[in-house]
Design a protein around this ligand. Structure first.
Ligand code: ATP
Length: 238
């Protein structure tokens, strides 16, 4: 993949009070790539994403998007520019229907293709189509994850940031979610995927980064990391 660099994190440091959660992280995501960020619980993966999207302040370093620093910009401004995050825990509007949630996903847009895009999301997630008039809060965890991803796609992301989409889901739903992430990537969306499920995340990734204690300790093609004895020992239970 020789696409241009869309997102670049440089020497990123993030702290919660006196606790350094991210201690100098560098990574990049190029046009067309699916990049997976893996690591144990508490390694700083989610914090890295939160700093990219302005939810946590950057203590040091920089975040570049489309060649410009986006440090200090909020989630709404970034979504308008095509940098869209699906947060851990999903955050769907529980008292709105599926269709209303998808319409909300297009809130940064002013064009008229919204209904056509809802049909595209329904093609990716037939389950959402079946339940289009159901309240989001009454759906299963896996269905809510699908809805959160569908809602993010409604913003027409240039880079889609996914925070632990498989977390807390049944094995069948985990299979489904990874299949869909892979499909969305193959259909042309650039993705940064944060996951604790290292084997599945690396299997579909062009490249991966391994985080430990606030730092990137390994990087390489997804398949190469998947075959690395150190990765296998630490994250794949071997
Ligand atoms: P997980 O998979 O559990 O989300 P992670 O790799 O995403 O793990 P982070 O959630 O980024 O890790 O957490 C990194 C470190 O920062 C951890 O030590 C965590 O306890 C700490 N941390 C995270 N959020 C906060 C917070 N709001 N206040 C204080 N410390 C926090």
């Amino acid at each position: 993949n020789n696409g241009q660099v869309l997102l670049e994190v440089k020497g990123l440091k993030v702290a919660y009070g006196g606790i350094q959660a991210v201690k100098g992280v560098g990574l990049e995501v190029r046009q067309g790539e699916l990049v997976s960020l893996i690591g144990a619980n508490g390694a700083g993966k989610t914090t890295t994403l939160k700093a990219v999207t302005g939810i946590q302040p950057v203590a040091d370093g920089d975040v570049m998007y489309l060649g410009r620093s986006i440090k200090g910009q909020g989630a709404w401004d970034l979504a308008k520019q095509g940098l869209v995050m699906v947060p851990e825990g999903r955050g769907t509007f529980t008292r709105m229907t599926i269709t209303e949630n998808l319409q909300m996903g297009a809130y940064t847009r002013s064009d008229a293709d919204i209904d056509a895009d809802i049909d595209k999301v329904f093609a990716i997630f037939p389950r959402l189509k079946e339940r289009r008039d159901q309240l989001a809060g009454t759906m299963s965890g896996g269905e809510q994850q699908m809805l959160a991803m569908g809602r993010a796609l409604m913003a027409r992301p240039k880079v889609l940031l996914l925070d632990e989409p498989s977390m807390g889901l049944s094995p069948i739903m985990v299979d489904k979610i990874f299949e869909v992430v892979n499909d969305i990537h193959r259909q042309g969306t650039t993705i940064l995927l944060v996951e604790q499920n290292a084997s599945r995340a690396l299997a579909i990734a062009n490249r991966g980064y391994v985080m430990e204690s606030g730092l990137v300790t390994m990087t390489g093609p997804g398949k190469q990391l998947l075959d690395d004895p150190k990765v296998r020992a630490a994250y794949l239970g071997e």
